[in-house]
Write a protein that binds this ligand. Structure first.
Ligand SMILES: NC(=O)NCCC[C@H](N)C(=O)O
Length: 313
């Protein structure tokens, strides 16, 4: 039995297998409408969501299974012992997808569950977003060895994207003047660098040098500068303003993209005027929506793999 959290737990072949299965199901949906007949997925949200909620609910239904959704605040996880509650949930369902504020909750689920647990985005990793991103890159470029330049806050999305790009043998460039990450092992980024497929760019890189990287990569990627659990938190308002001021010079704008056919990716929700300008967002929106739709397709590959243990279906 496997969980889905860090891609350090997955081989390159396994990831390719999941993505190729996802693409096969996407192209031949009619052949896969019953593959998870009778299977049940429990989804639990401690944070807000649009894509994760919809993609897992509809994705499960399209495979013949059923998803049962609960908000953390309505659950007895708020008052009970985590270990025994997780074990109880596992008596009922075949898989769990949880979006939690803290990675220690994700890890608590994974430690105690007797069914596969998928991290639906905590403060450290967002693996299903990275699978969707890689599926999109594969569809748009025809290969898995993608070159990506991420400009923005170092965060959950960045960590999982960096893991998958390096694992697939592509090249990940990170320009991250600010970090939301508080809880990865000290050597996490060193290990990525040691693969030879990961490079952090200096924050004082010249516009000229940055534009060379933009022209060389398949896509420029950005994400919110402030993660969802802090976005509307009044206690975080001052910090949020500081971050915005610091990050404004790193906004994805038309001047940065000018003269290239490089794609722009964003995991959504988008904050035009902050991490990306309105015009660049509008120009690349169809690509971004392809990427967002691929959450559902990539997750279907993952669900089939985790629940059946098979890739050759
Ligand atoms: N598509 C998504 O699932 N978006 C999640 C947003 C990730 C962002 N770094 C956040 O934690 O708010």
């Amino acid at each position: 039995m496997k969980h889905a959290n860090s891609f350090a737990d997955y081989t390159t072949d396994e990831l390719k297998g999941i993505l190729l299965l996802a693409e096969k199901i996407k192209q031949h949906q009619d052949d896969y409408g019953h593959i998870l007949d009778g299977k049940k997925l429990y989804t639990l949200f401690e944070k807000t969501s649009n894509r994760t909620y919809l993609s897992f609910s509809i994705g499960m239904e399209e495979l013949g299974g059923k998803a049962y959704n609960q908000l953390w605040k309505d659950s007895n996880f708020t008052i009970g012992d985590l270990m025994s509650e997780v074990k109880y949930v596992c008596r009922n369902v075949d898989c769990i997808m949880g979006r939690f504020k803290k990675d220690e909750t994700t890890e608590g689920f994974m430690k105690n569950a007797t069914v596969p647990v998928i991290n639906g985005c905590d403060n450290t990793f967002h693996p299903t977003q990275a699978l969707a991103d890689m599926l999109t890159l594969y569809e748009k470029t025809g290969h898995f060895e993608a070159k990506v330049l991420y400009i923005g806050a170092k965060n959950n999305t960045y960590n999982s994207l960096s893991e998958i790009v390096t694992k697939m043998g592509g090249m990940m460039y990170g320009l991250t003047p600010f970090s939301q990450i508080t809880n990865v092992p000290a050597d996490f980024y060193d290990k990525l660098t040691a693969t030879g497929h990961y490079k952090e760019l200096p924050t004082d890189i010249s516009k000229e040098d940055l534009k060379k990287v933009v022209a060389d990569v398949d896509c420029v990627y950005t994400d919110t500068w402030v993660d969802m659990e802090f976005f509307t938190n009044p206690d975080y308002a001052e910090k949020k303003n500081q971050i915005i001021n610091m990050m404004m010079p790193y906004q994805i704008d038309a001047a940065l993209m000018e003269g290239t056919d490089t794609m722009v990716f964003h995991d959504m929700p988008i904050h035009p005027g902050y991490e990306i300008t309105q015009d660049v967002m509008e120009k690349h929106l169809e690509t971004i929506l392809d990427e967002a739709e691929n959450r559902r397709h990539a997750e279907k590959g993952l669900l089939v793999y985790l629940i059946t243990g098979k890739l050759d279906v």
